[in-house]
Design a protein around this ligand. Structure first.
Ligand code: ZN
Ligand code: FE
Length: 253
């Protein structure tokens, strides 16, 4: 299968996973980049939506006009007001003759899903490279649990996030864990990729486990940085996560 990212809006990616000319589309927030790719031969087989936000789901009506009957799979959330098949945690779909596994990952929104297709993780606004999504609807404990579930996937999993936030996230990650050499290497790599006009994504889960502070709440340096913010030692990894998320919300590089 061949993976590509269609840039949309300021910093979104619409993910395209192709096999023999047909493609799964993940989070087409804008139809225009997809229609442009169709002019170059892209042929959608199905659409997967991670969550209801317009920058992820907003392009679907125009795509259904272009491709009537194209299957759309989405979380059971009334805010996604579309003809689509509703899917939930633990389901396994069969698309392009591949298995698509569905994970509920509440936190950014309460009905957020992630998908795994043949070594690719499509995680929307839950896990970002070197960061994670804002908590619009969930609690820190929910988001921490969601990230911990994703962290159990194989380390070689390609992490396909909804936004190009890596460099901004790197600045925060370096403030949390200034002594992490893997993080400095990843930050330098990401800076080069952006300078060359390329996405910093996909990363791998191994990269994220080595560098992303939100997946490293058990690491002493991360726990201590969170403790310095709290003014006391965090009780557990979930409290470390909560302190990091709150810190990041107010962080300016
Ligand atoms: Zn979102
Ligand atoms: Fe988003």
């Amino acid at each position: 299968m061949r993976l590509s990212a269609l840039p949309a809006f300021e910093d979104n990616y619409i993910w395209v996973l192709r096999d023999a000319g047909r493609a799964l589309l993940v989070d087409p927030g804008d139809a225009a980049p997809v229609l442009a790719a169709a002019a170059q031969g892209l042929e959608p087989a199905a659409i997967l939506l991670t969550h209801h936000h317009a920058d992820h789901a907003g392009g679907v009506p125009a795509l259904l006009q272009r491709w009537p009957g194209l299957p759309v799979f989405a979380p059971a959330d009334a805010r996604i007001d579309l003809e689509c098949e509703r899917i939930a945690d633990g389901e396994r779909l069969r698309l392009l003759e591949r298995e698509v596994r569905v994970f509920a990952v509440p936190g950014h929104t309460r009905s957020h899903l992630a998908f795994v297709v043949e070594g690719h993780l499509f995680c929307g606004d839950t896990l970002f490279s070197l960061g994670c999504g804002r908590l619009f609807e969930g609690t820190p404990a929910q988001m921490h649990d969601s990230l911990q579930r994703l962290a159990t996937l194989p380390g070689t999993t390609r992490v396909c996030c909804g936004h190009e936030y890596t460099l901004a996230n790197a600045a925060f990650a370096a403030a949390v864990e200034p002594g992490n050499p893997a993080l400095h290497a990843r930050r330098a790599e990401a800076a080069q990729q952006r300078a060359a006009g390329r996405p910093t994504l996909p990363s791998t889960l191994d990269d994220e486990l080595a560098c992303n502070p939100f997946l490293r709440c058990e690491v002493a340096a991360v726990r201590e940085a969170a403790g310095a913010r709290l003014g006391r030692a965090p009780a557990d990894a979930s409290e470390t996560f909560a302190a990091l998320r709150e810190w990041k919300d107010g962080f300016r590089a």
